[in-house]
Design a protein around this ligand. Structure first.
Ligand SMILES: C[S@@+](CC[C@H](N)C(=O)[O-])C[C@H]1O[C@@H](n2cnc3c(N)ncnc32)[C@H](O)[C@@H]1O
Length: 227
């Protein structure tokens, strides 16, 4: 289990300022109205997105592979994607998947399971680290002479992964070219409705000079599909 032992680390990481300035604003932007909707967040972590959904009027519940995180989130059960065996067909209005897909080694059955548990006319939303950032060897490079920022694309066209430091251990980010995600969703029957790519926000750039020049570098990707 790739996230085994990372629960303590994630409890601290979830406080990252980027959630307030980057991640949650993008998620809100791709979400449809959720008031009164039954929403399942897959890979809910300690529950910050569930709290946001509940505040917006959703009847939200979560699932996560880490028992300690699912327990912390409340209104959540332990389960391991792609399986959503505990949820019956057509039970939810929508699925939220926030910064989880890049931690799954395979997309097999992932969108199919979301489709199965979502009612006809329902939706799913996704926020991921942009695939231009997850390819092994990819990342922004700043020219030391004039500060210009370039994006090194790394091994974009291959599947691969990188292991990043996470507390005492590491966390694995799986890379797949963007087309794989779009194709997996389409093959499962989902119809793309929103698609939004974002660079680091002006707020982050003004608060931390190391982000200056990154306004043209894709950092996060958000999308919504309709069933
Ligand atoms: C980066 S955290 C995001 C948590 C939450 N969505 C948020 O935005 O605060 C990734 C989460 O995915 C969970 N996860 C990783 N692989 C999983 C799997 N195969 N099934 C279910 N959850 C998984 C981890 O335990 C972790 O809580």
């Amino acid at each position: 289990m790739e996230w085994a032992g990372l629960a303590e680390w994630w409890l601290e990481e979830a406080q990252d300022a980027a959630y307030g300035t980057e991640v949650l604003p993008l998620l809100r932007s791709v979400l449809p109205g959720v008031a009164g909707a039954t929403v399942l967040e897959v890979g809910c972590g300690e529950g910050q997105v569930l709290r946001m959904l509940t505040e917006a009027g959703a009847i939200a519940f979560g699932m996560d592979s880490e028992q300690a995180l699912a327990r912390r989130a409340g209104q959540a059960f332990r389960g391991v994607l792609p399986s959503l065996a505990a949820v019956r067909d057509g039970a939810v209005d929508g699925i939220v998947c926030n910064l989880v897909l890049e931690h799954l080694p395979s997309l097999d059955r992932v969108f199919d399971e979301w489709y199965r548990v979502t009612r006809p006319g329902g939706w799913c939303t996704l926020v991921v680290n942009h695939p231009l950032q997850t390819a092994p060897g990819a990342g922004p490079i700043t020219d030391p002479d004039d500060g210009e920022v370039f994006l090194r694309v790394g091994e974009y066209f291959d599947r691969g992964w990188t292991d990043e430091p996470a507390g005492e251990g590491t966390v694995r980010f799986h890379h797949r070219p963007l087309g794989e995600v779009l194709e997996a969703a389409a093959m499962a029957g989902w119809r793309l409705e929103r698609f939004e790519e974002r660079a680091v926000s002006a707020e982050m750039r003004s608060s931390d000079p190391s982000w200056s020049g990154h306004e043209h570098v894709p950092r996060l990707l958000g999308a919504r599909w309709r069933r």
